[in-house]
Design a protein around this ligand. Structure first.
Ligand code: PGA
Length: 265
């Protein structure tokens, strides 16, 4: 499968940035801005848990927008105060981010726990957007390849060849998330190298053809100004957008830059 056969994907991660009212307004504005756009990019928005139902309702008739959650518990149900399970998001979301570095840092979740979440999502037909990436310290000690390989292999080891096409891996260098200065952003060549590493790990396990079906995103301080430098690197299938995704104009600008394989500015 060639790159052009993998549909480009933009995932908006709204984190804990907006009120419930603002989340509903944001989805309304995104819908409006995309109204007359013939979209060839897949778009997913990930609101907070309390807004999943409202945002799902808002995009119910849309063929352009899908809904994702930002996390789940690895268990399907049980006495886990404050947690949310796959069964609870399933009526509203078709996608779910797991292994985000902010969750890993907050809860200390291991690569194995992230892997169980991936399996749980796949079991219920949701698409996992699993995040991998190295810390600033790991980067400084040249551990990027080792760390990303470790995280990726833990996921891949429990997958089947068939389920690989239903998985999205996002490479988010942790030090590049919410970066304020352009010099804090990764070199696009290095990103391409890490993307190739991830696809090679998939190919080593499932063969080249199956690995070509895996979608791999870049995440970390993506804006309308820098998105073009990241997404047209070989092997990059789209972006996971945090800060810019809560601004409808910026988010839709990013989506449009990925249109038509990216010729549009
Ligand atoms: P950012 O967040 O775009 O604000 O850096 C990305 C993410 O953490 O998913």
């Amino acid at each position: 499968m060639e790159r052009k056969e993998r549909k480009r994907l933009v995932v908006g991660n709204w984190k804990m940035q907006l009120s419930h009212k603002a989340e509903l307004e944001t989805i309304g504005a995104i819908k409006n801005l995309l109204k007359n756009v013939a979209l060839d990019v897949e778009v997913v928005v990930c609101p907070s848990f309390p807004s999943l139902a409202g945002v799902a309702e808002a995009v119910k008739k849309s063929t352009k927008l899908a809904v994702g959650a930002q996390n789940i518990h690895w268990e399907e149900k049980g006495a886990w105060t404050g947690s949310v399970s796959v069964l609870q998001i399933k009526p509203f979301a078709q996608w779910c981010i797991v292994g985000h570095s902010e969750q890993r840092a907050l809860t200390g979740e291991s690569d194995e726990e992230v892997q169980v979440k991936v399996s749980t999502l796949l079991k219920y037909g949701l698409t996992p957007v699993v995040c991998v990436g190295e810390t600033a310290q790991e980067r400084a000690s040249e551990q990027t390849t080792a760390r990303v390989s470790e995280q990726t292999k833990t996921i891949l080891n429990k997958m089947t060849r068939v389920s690989l096409s239903k998985l999205v891996i996002t490479y988010e260098p942790i030090w590049a998330i919410s970066a304020n200065q352009p010099d804090e952003l990764p070199d696009p060549n290095n990103i391409a190298g890490t993307m190739l590493l991830i696809r090679k790990l998939a190919a080593d396990r499932f063969g080249v053809e199956a690995a070509e079906r895996l979608r791999i995103l870049y995440g970390g301080s993506v804006t309308p100004d820098n998105v073009a430098s990241f997404v047209f690197e070989p092997g990059v299938d789209g972006v996971l957008v945090g800060g810019a995704s809560v601004h409808p104009g910026q988010f839709v600008n990013i989506i449009k830059q990925l249109q038509g394989g990216g010729s549009q500015a």
